[in-house]
Every structure is written in structure tokens, then in C-alpha cells.
Write a new protein. Structure first.
Length: 505
């Protein structure tokens, strides 16, 4: 049975969830959490405080022992808004790597929202038609509109409870002017999304993370069956009550607790203002969230349920199409290139010996290889690398985007080597793989040299020292494509040590 560990380094707390795969289902075997306020100094000075980093490393050491105790086969460590914003985040990343061996992945707000959506929807037996997911963390608030179980819109706003408390609420209890400024700022940020939420005609609002859990408990709406429905008027009354109480008084309210009391006023007003401005009648609290989405993603990567894999694939597909459309790429050309490179990947497995994940990475690179031309056709391959490496492509990790970008970079005159700076940016295990994958992509693009769909397909035959490509023309001549294939013979020989022979079928 495979065991996965998911760790979330947030602006307010660090959380661990370990789950074991049993009969195609994830069973949670261990959870841990500790408030470290990692983002507190970031929102004030732009830097992670040494004491907060030390505390976070201490907690991660404990998590490391737990992961070893439960025999975790895979561990992923994600960091959100605090490390996204901190100028010295590399110091913590290096510290954690040296003490635990773990690599921290700093994810965007939108990727955070995607994983939360995956975690929540994978745990639902019946999906509402139109749903809004609200995840209020310490540094940001992720809002995701889901239709029929698929993400349709998403935004990350800088209105996390720790960030807002640090910025606006300096007294205990907060002064009236501080609360007024807080509410005005929240309203201003929400104006960016309220029209989109209103037009979505939401059926159900699901809120995740500690703040809505505390609001549900403190308002007396918490339910033991996990179906806590909290109406808007209860949230509004509670927010107005909390702003007049001292921290000590807030700590005595059931459900809020000692550390949540410090940031609950800001969190309550985020929910009150969101529900008012977007005409949301109530929210349902869900204990599922980012770590559950990460575990589900890990399960899918391991070979999880077909439904989850299809959902993740759909999100990736939509993201690739959206990026291509934004940069004026012909969807027809992109799809042809992807079909051809996947056919080559499947037909030449004995030759390239690449792991299965490259099938999808090559397909993504084929779809996006022309995005750089939007900036300037001169140097378009360099522009493509920059665009892909820095774009938000839902469903792909930072490392995967770097690999896709590197594959798309080397389709012109430049050729990759293991010492190339762009190749070395990718994880070390991919340095030898990227040149082999590039060779396949260059063949695929040669097969569509004229951008006219002259080639209907290609199949391969592998001999000891030669590889035969049989090209199936659609209609008319494919001489231009054969000429382009012939130009790739030298690189193919250098990478694979075999001669490339191509001919019409």
C-alpha cells in the first residue's frame, strides 16, 4: 500500500496530513498542525523573521519523523503566500532542504486554488452545478467558481487574515477607524470579482481553512456531521461583536481558541463583506482543503482513480488551450503537433527510454512552442521559454513548467546540452532526458513543416543501428516534410546513436 505525506506551509500555520492508499481510496493515518505565523513579518517588512523560520524548521523536523514512522513513499511540501511574497524565501528553502532533504515547492495562488478544488470535489459524492470555493488563509484568499465539477474561474486576493491584521488592526480591541479602513480595503479588493461571482449564479458556497471553522463554531452553527451551514446574518453579527472584544475575551469564545483570536476579526469581516457584496446567503464549512487536494494529486500521479485522473487531465487541457489562445497560437496547428509528437513517443519507446510522464510534457510543449512569436518572431524560441516558464498553467508544477519550457526552447537553431543553463534549471534527473525529448519534438514539428496538415500519421520500426519512420501523407505531396525530417538526422544520431531513415508509406 502506497503512503503519501502532504505538507502545507502557510502564512499562519504549518500542516501535515499522511494518507495510505487502500483499495483505491485514501485513508488518513496521521495529521499534525502548528501555528508559526510565518507570514507575520513578511506582510510588515517583506522578510521572513529568523525566529519564525526556526520554528517552522523545528515543526518540519517533527513532520519528517512522522513521515518516516508511517513509511511515506512520497512527500510533497508546498508553500503559499508567505514564501511567495518574502524576499528571503530562498533562505528557508535551503534550510529545510539541508535539515530534512525535502524540496519546498512555492505555488501560485491559482495553483493553490486548483488543489483546494481538487481536494473538496474528490470528497463529494454529489457535485452541485454551480459552486464557489472560498479558502481564506493567512496571506491570501482563493476564490474558485466551479461548474459541474470543473473550474471555470479563479482569483487569488491579498486579503488573508494575518496580512490584514498586520496591516490594519494595531490596537486591542481595534479602533473604529482601523476597522473602517479594513472593511474599505476588503470591499475594494472584492470589487474585482463580485460581478463574476454574481453572474455565476452560485448554488453552494463551500469555505475551507481555520477561519470558517471558527466562525461556524462561534456562531453556534457547527455540525458534527461536517455539514455546517453558516448564514450571512450570523457572520455579520459575529464580526460586529468580535471587533469590540479584546483578544482575551475573543479567546474565551467557543471555537476560536488562543491563536485564532489574534486574527479572527479580520477573517470574519472578509467573510461578512464577501457574502454581502456577492449576495451569498450562507456558506458550508468543509474540513477538506489544500493538503487533501495534494494527496489526491499524488494518488493520481501514482495511478489513482480514472475519474480523478480525467478531472486533472481536463484542467491541464483547458489551461494549455487558454495559454495558446491568449498568445494567438493556432489551435489546429497546436493539436497536430501534439498528435505527432505523442505518436513518435509511443512508437520509439525502445529508443528514447523516457519515463511515461514525458508523453504529456512533450504534448504540452508541442501545443505551446509558438507562443513566443506573440512577442516577436525574432528570438521567438527564447520568448517561448520565458512565457511558458512564467505562465500560470493549471495542473503543472513549477518543475514541470520548466521542463516544458526547455523542450519548447530548443526547436530552432539552438540545441540543448546537459551543461546548458536552461537545462540545468530543471531537476537533475531530467538533465539527460531533455535532449532526448527535444529530439522527438523536433521530429514532430518537421512532420508539420508546412503547417498544412500534409502528414496524417507516422509509424516507426526500430533496428539495431537504424530507425525507420514511415510517413503517411494526407493528400498530395509531403516532400517538404521529408526534407525537414532529413535535416534532423544529425541531431538524432548524436542523441540516440542510430541512423534515421524516413520515407513515404
Amino acid at each position: 500500500m502506497a503512503t503519501f505525506a502532504a505538507i502545507d506551509i502557510g502564512a499562519n500555520s504549518v500542516r501535515l496530513k499522511i494518507a495510505r492508499l487502500s483499495r483505491s481510496r485514501l485513508q488518513v493515518v496521521h495529521e499534525d498542525r502548528e501555528v508559526t505565523r510565518l507570514g507575520e513579518s513578511v506582510f510588515r517588512s517583506g522578510l521572513l523573521a529568523p525566529e519564525a523560520m526556526a520554528q517552522t524548521v523545528k515543526v518540519l523536523r517533527r513532520f519528517h519523523r512522522a513521515a518516516q514512522h508511517f513509511g511515506a513513499d512520497a512527500v510533497r511540501v508546498l508553500a503559499t503566500s508567505a514564501l511567495r511574497d518574502a524576499r528571503n524565501s530562498s533562505a528557508l528553502i535551503a534550510w529545510v532542504r539541508s535539515t530534512t532533504g525535502w524540496k519546498i515547492e512555492v505555488i501560485s495562488g491559482l495553483e493553490e486554488g486548483r488543489l483546494i478544488h481538487l481536494g473538496v470535489t474528490s470528497g463529494m459524492k454529489r457535485l452541485p452545478e454551480r459552486m464557489l470555493l472560498v479558502d481564506l488563509g493567512g496571506g491570501s484568499c482563493e476564490l474558485t467558481i466551479s461548474v459541474g465539477g470543473h473550474i471555470k474561474d479563479m482569483v487569488s486576493l491579498p486579503i488573508g487574515a494575518v496580512r490584514l491584521t498586520q496591516e490594519f488592526l494595531r490596537h486591542d480591541p481595534p479602533k473604529g477607524k482601523e476597522v473602517d479602513r479594513l472593511r474599505s480595503y476588503i470591499a475594494e479588493e472584492l470589487r474585482r470579482v463580485e460581478r463574476r461571482i454574481l453572474s455565476a449564479k452560485i448554488d453552494l458556497v463551500i469555505a475551507t481553512s481555520g477561519t470558517p471553522a471558527a466562525l461556524a463554531e462561534a456562531s453556534g452553527k457547527a455540525s458534527k456531521n461536517g455539514n455546517s451551514m453558516v448564514p450571512r446574518d450570523s457572520v455579520e453579527r459575529l464580526a460586529l461583536k468580535l471587533k469590540d472584544l479584546s483578544i482575551e475575551d475573543r479567546r474565551r469564545i467557543k471555537g476560536i481558541g488562543p491563536r485564532r483570536a489574534e486574527i479572527i476579526v479580520a477573517g470574519a469581516f472578509v467573510f461578512a463583506e464577501l457574502m454581502r457584496s456577492c449576495s451569498l446567503r450562507q456558506f458550508r464549512y468543509s474540513p477538506l482543503g489544500l493538503r487533501d487536494g495534494l494527496l489526491t494529486q499524488m494518488q493520481a500521479d501514482y495511478g489513482g482513480s480514472r475519474q480523478v485522473k480525467e478531472q486533472i487531465q481536463s484542467e491541464r487541457e483547458n489551461a494549455l488551450v487558454a495559454v495558446g489562445k491568449h498568445y494567438g497560437v493556432s489551435a489546429q496547428n497546436a493539436e497536430r503537433a501534439r498528435t505527432l509528437v505523442i505518436a513518435l513517443f509511443d512508437g520509439l519507446k525502445k529508443v528514447h527510454a523516457l519515463p511515461d510522464e514525458y508523453r504529456e510534457l512533450l504534448g504540452a510543449a508541442a501545443m505551446l512552442h509558438e507562443v513566443g512569436a506573440y512577442i516577436n518572431r525574432a528570438g521567438r524560441h527564447r520568448h517561448t521559454y520565458y512565457v511558458v516558464a512564467n505562465s500560470e498553467i493549471l495542473g503543472y508544477s513549477n518543475d514541470e513548467r520548466k521542463i516544458i519550457a526547455a523542450l519548447a526552447r530548443f526547436i530552432g537553431k539552438s540545441l540543448p546540452s546537459t551543461n546548458d543553463r536552461i537545462v540545468k534549471v530543471a531537476p537533475a534527473e531530467h538533465h539527460e532526458r531533455i535532449p532526448r525529448a527535444v529530439a522527438l519534438l523536433r521530429l514532430a514539428l518537421a512532420l508539420d513543416q508546412g503547417r498544412r496538415g500534409a502528414v496524417a500519421g507516422v509509424d516507426a520500426r526500430v533496428e539495431a543501428a537504424r530507425v525507420f519512420l514511415r510517413v503517411h501523407p494526407r493528400t498530395g505531396s509531403a516532400d517538404l516534410e521529408l526534407w525537414a525530417l532529413d535535416k534532423q538526422r544529425g541531431y538524432f544520431r548524436a542523441v540516440f546513436g542510430r541512423e534515421l531513415v524516413s520515407a513515404l508509406a
